[in-house]
Design a protein around this ligand. Structure first.
Ligand code: HEC
Length: 149
């Protein structure tokens, strides 16, 4: 190895490090995932209230987005990710992982029902959204999320 390549390699390794840690950063990933949930709900709720034009395709798509989240989400709480990124995850998630997973399963079921119902018209969308769906958010947040600020 000559004198020139050594520092070049060292620089490359350093440059790669932040990327590597970002890719394996569960707290950040689960927050991004929950943001996508927030975005999907922002599509559904105004339609369900009749404040935005009803679009059956968009409503069903948003329900599908929600339905994919729970399985991915519960896998993003490994030991060691209890803090950092201003996480709002409650320590209870690690104390009672089964209870936490059950709440995620409730959201999966409600959004599956949402996929069935969302395309049937505003009333059906309203019923499933303000019936089972949004209750699953609050049920989990009340127990397993510590809201900062
Ligand atoms: C299984 C539990 C669970 C369910 C169900 C759930 N959440 Fe969350 N949510 C969390 C947790 C835990 C956090 C905090 C994650 C963190 O900060 O590490 C969170 C964070 C959020 C955030 C903040 C994301 C950020 O960091 O900017 C939003 C928005 C959100 N949830 C919306 C929703 C909505 C809307 C629903 C229902 C459709 C929902 N959540 C259902 C557990 C859940």
């Amino acid at each position: 190895m000559n004198k020139l390549t050594k520092p070049v390699i060292a620089t490359c390794v350093l440059a790669l490090m932040p990327t590597a840690s970002l890719a394996n950063d569960p707290a950040k990933e689960r927050q991004e995932l929950m943001k996508s949930v927030g975005d999907a709900v922002k599509v559904i709720v105004p339609m369900a209230k009749g404040e935005a034009p009803y679009d059956a395709t968009a409503a069903v798509e948003a329900m599908k987005t929600l339905n994919k989240v729970p399985d991915e989400f519960v896998a993003l709480f490994p030991k060691g990710s209890e803090s950092g990124h201003d996480t709002e995850a409650s320590p209870k998630i690690w104390e009672d992982p089964d209870g936490f997973k059950a709440k995620a399963e409730d959201m999966k079921k409600a959004s599956a029902q949402g996929i069935e119902e969302a395309g049937k018209g505003v009333d059906a969308l309203n019923a499933v959204t303000f019936g089972p769906l949004l209750k699953t958010c609050k049920a989990c947040h009340d127990e397993y999320r510590i809201k900062k600020n």
